[in-house]
Structure formats: structure tokens, C-alpha cells
Design a protein around this ligand. Structure first.
Ligand code: URP
Ligand code: ZN
Ligand code: ZN
Length: 464
């Protein structure tokens, strides 16, 4: 199958030029001016940007959490991602405490195999790691699982103590793998939550009011300090606020290899969303919580000047009806997480490039290239180059859409609300190509369940 994309403006993290792209055997084969080649399919990209497919390094599909399971499985979640211009995602397998991480990997392979619209990989969520299990981490790396997520939050669920963090980090340093950290002091937060509930404070807004930014900053500081002693780079996930960013910046200024991502929810939504009528605030119960609006300018500064490297979604959808409602009378029982996998590229383009905050090259770096480099996918993913996978987004910079689950509907996630409902964006992914196959054409899905493949990721992070 061959494909010719004509007359587009090709943008990578470093390039910006007009050319044609010829694709065959799933990869980019020729890039040149006015290519005159026979192809099975020709796409005219006049007036459009041609971006590398988005790489979202943080999603939770089919995830048992908060007494329920995230609403998107690997079929619906990856199809929605495709609509939004993301062609690779990295999800999380979860080790059951006391059991093998390799068994967990098998379970998650079964959940995903043959179901996805786009390519995918896994990080491993490590929930315990005694010395006699450390060998598994190298075996995981051989299987293409070259990064882990550890949690300082959620005591009694995913939380691990500092000793476990140090053991895993030291081994990661030896193996050349990457540790991702959910950095929030869950032990202190649980005490604050207990006090709030005892005072009858049960509404969704107390989720945010019991999670001070200082407790995120403390987690970030501790994660970086432990990583420094373990002699390994660390990647802070879903960083939400200026206090936490300051810790990353201070460490980087000292020459410590500390890296971080933020998410669209922290760039475009804020604490005021918890003040909505009735139980509506539950839609925004996620961890870390939404912060005061002024933090957003600091996050954009971090993105512009390189202290934040990537934008992921932390897509973890729970339906408002029945799932979020588990916490109707107790905010601590609201499943933590929100949808967003299909909205990331349009939101970041609109709020970043269209609003004049970042360049086109920076947009590609933040939504695709940096994550591909950090997590061992580059240059197969994350750029447009000869021999790279033909994961491409033809993006219309002038197309206006209003994000909505209602009519006209832009929503493809299997969840009954959209966190970004009513936000108008200028710039939208129109045609999406995954390994040379058109899976979305003019916003219509043309792919098939099982088009996506598991990708064994390499060792190198762009972190060293
Ligand atoms: O609220 C969130 N972020 N849910 C997903 C789990 C996590 O902490 O990433
Ligand atoms: Zn987390
Ligand atoms: Zn997450």
C-alpha cells in the first residue's frame, strides 16, 4: 500500500518546509519537492500542516481504580486518540502487590492485543519491589517495558515507600530505564482528607482543598533527591502547579537530570471548575487536582523554556453517571481521573500556537518528539523522516471546532462528558495516518480494531 501526501507544510521539532511525502511499507520512503510518483492513495495537504503523529506517554485504559474501571478500553480509547491526532500511546500495566510484574505485563497484553486503533506500549506500575524481585525489571526492559511508574500518592492502593522507590531507582540506573513518579505526599494528604470528612466536608471541591500544592512540591523534591542519590534521571508525571515546577527548575539549574510533563487540564482548566452546581465538580476530580488559575502562566513558562518537556493527557475517564457518583456523599470515593486523550493536540495547538505562546516546532516537540525520545521510541516515532514510521497528522490550522459531547459532537471517548465541553479551538487534526494507513480521513474514522501494534520500546531516554 502506498500513499502520497502532496503540497503540505511539514513541521517537525526542528524543521519547517513545504514538500511532498511518499509512504510505502508503513514508513516514510521519499520526501521531496513536487514528487511525481504513482500511489494507491493521494492526499492533497495544500494549506495544511503535516505533523508527526502525536505521542501520548500517559493514559489509563481499562484500568481498575477507585472501585471501578476506567470507561475507555483499548478499543474505544485508542480510536478516540486517533481522532485527536495521537498515533502512539503508552499506557500502564499494574503489578498486583506481592505478585510478579511479568504476570501483570501478560494481563495487560491480553487487555490490549488485537483491539487498538494505534500503536501502544506500556509502562509498569510497580507496587512493591523487594530485592528478590529486582531481576524482573531487566526482564521487563528486554520485553520493551523500559519505564516504570511509582506512586507517592494513594496509600493502601498504589503507594510505595521511599525504600521501594530507592531500590527501583537504583536498579533503573543500572539498567538504563526510566522512573516516572507520581509525586504527591499521599500520607499527609490522607490525614487532611480524614479531618475534612470528620468536619462534614464531603463535596467534590474538598478533593482539591485537601491536596495542597506544597504536598506536590514536597513529593517532587523528594523524588528528585532520591533519584540524585540513586544516580538516575527521574521523570515527574502530571505536574500541575508552580510550587512543584519550582522544584524541577531548581534541580535542573543544579545540573540534576530531572524531567517533567504537564497535561492540558492544568493548562486550560482551574480550581474554579469545582465551584460548579451540585455534584458537577466531580467531573474534575483528578490527582493532582486542578489548581488556581495563575499557575497556568508558570506552566507555560516551564514549557517554553524547557523545564517541562512534554504534554501528556493522563487520560483516565470515569462516567459521571454511576462511576463519579460512587462519591456522591464522600469526595474521597469519587474515582480520580478525567478524559482527554482525543483533545490534547487541538487544545495545545489552540492554546499554544494559535494563542502565540509557543512555536510550531515547540508544539511538535511537546506533543510528540520529546515523549518519543524520553521513552525509547525515537526516531521510529516522534518525527517525519525517511525510514521513520509513517505516523502522520494532516492538520488544518484554520478549522474551528467546539469541543462537545452534544450536537455537533466532536467526542469519541466512551465517557458521558467532556472535561473541555464548550471550548472553541482553532486548528484541528483532519486526517490521521498510522504506519502508512489512513485511519481518520477528514475527521471520519476509517481504521479497524487491531490496526495498532504493541511497540517494544528501546532503552534510551532522551534524559541522559
Ligand atoms: O486522577 C488521576 N490522575 N488518575 C489516574 C491515576 C494517576 O494518578 O495517574
Ligand atoms: Zn498519577
Ligand atoms: Zn496517570
Amino acid at each position: 500500500m502506498s500513499l502520497l501526501i502532496k503540497n503540505g507544510r511539514i513541521i517537525t521539532a526542528v524543521d519547517d518546509y513545504h514538500a511532498d511525502l511518499f509512504i510505502e511499507n508503513e514508513t516514510v520512503s521519499v520526501i521531496g519537492k513536487d514528487l511525481n510518483m504513482e500511489a494507491d492513495t493521494v492526499i492533497d495537504a495544500t494549506g495544511k500542516y503535516v505533523f508527526p503523529g502525536g505521542v501520548d506517554p500517559h493514559t489509563h485504559l481499562d484500568m481498575p481504580f477507585g472501585g471501578t474501571t476506567s470507561a475507555d478500553d483499548f478499543e474505544t480509547g485508542t480510536r478516540a486518540a486517533a481522532h485527536g491526532g495521537t498515533t502512539t500511546l503508552i499506557d500502564f500495566a499494574i503489578q498486583t502487590k506481592g505478585e510478579s510484574t511479568l504476570a501483570a505485563l501478560e494481563t495487560w497484553h491480553e487487555k490490549a492485543e488485537g483491539k487498538t486503533a494505534i500503536d501502544y506500549g506500556f509502562h509498569m506500575i510497580v507496587t512493591d519491589m523487594e530485592d528478590d524481585r529486582l531481576w524482573e525489571l531487566k526482564k521487563l526492559a528486554d520485553e520493551g517495558i523500559t519505564s516504570y511508574k511509582l506512586f507517592m500518592a494513594y496509600p493502601g492502593v498504589l503507594y510505595v515507600d521511599d525504600g521501594t522507590i530507592f531500590r527501583a531507582m537504583r536498579k533503573a540506573g543500572e539498567d538504563g530505564t526510566v522512573v516516572c513518579m507520581h509525586a504527591e505526599n499521599g500520607i499527609v494528604i490522607d490525614e487532611i482528607v480524614k479531618t475534612a470528612l470528620a468536619q462534614g466536608k464531603t463535596a467534590p471541591k474538598y478533593h482539591a482543598l485537601t491536596r495542597p500544592t506544597r504536598m506536590e512540591a514536597e513529593g517532587v523534591h523528594r523524588a528528585i533527591s532520591i533519584a540524585e542519590v540513586a544516580n538516575v534521571p527521574v521523570y515527574i508525571v502530571h505536574l500541575s502547579c508552580a510550587d512543584a515546577l519550582e522544584q524541577v527548575t531548581l534541580a535542573r539549574n543544579r545540573g540534576v537530570p530531572a524531567f517533567a510533563e504537564t497535561c492540558p487540564q492544568y493548562l486550560f482548566l482551574d480550581h474554579s471548575y469545582y465551584e460548579q452546581e451540585g455534584f458537577e465538580g466531580a467531573k474534575y476530580v483528578m490527582t493532582p487536582a486542578l489548581r488556581e488559575k495563575w499557575n497556568q502562566d508558570e506552566l507555560w513558562r516551564g514549557l517554553r523554556f524547557g523545564d517541562l518537556q512534554s504534554i501528556s493527557t493522563d487520560h483516565c475517564p470515569f462516567c459521571f453517571k454511576e462511576q463519579k457518583e460512587l462519591g456522591l456523599n464522600d469526595f474521597s470515593k469519587i474515582p480520580n481521573g478525567a478524559p482527554g486523550v482525543e483533545n490534547r493536540m487541538a487544545l495545545v495547538y489552540n492554546g499554544g500556537v494559535h494563542a502565540g505562546r509557543i512555536s510550531l516546532n515547540k508544539f511538535v516537540e511537546l506533543t510528540s518528539t520529546a515523549a518519543a525520545k524520553t521513552f525509547g521510541l525515537f526516531p521510529r516515532k516522534g518525527t517525519i523522516a525517511v525510514d521513520s514510521d509513517a505516523d502522520i497528522v494532516v492538520f488544518d490550522p484554520n478549522r474551528k471546532e467546539t469541543i462537545s459531547v452534544n450536537n455537533p459532537c466532536t467526542h469519541h471517548m466512551a465517557v458521558d462528558y467532556n472535561t473541555y465541553e464548550g471550548i472553541e479551538v482553532t486548528g484541528f487534526p483532519e486526517t490521521v495516518i498510522s504506519r502508512g494507513k489512513v485511519i481518520v480521513r477528514e475527521t471520519e474514522y476509517q481504521g479497524r480494531k487491531g490496526d495498532g501494534q504493541f511497540i517494544k520500546r528501546g532503552l534510551y531516554g532522551g534524559l541522559r
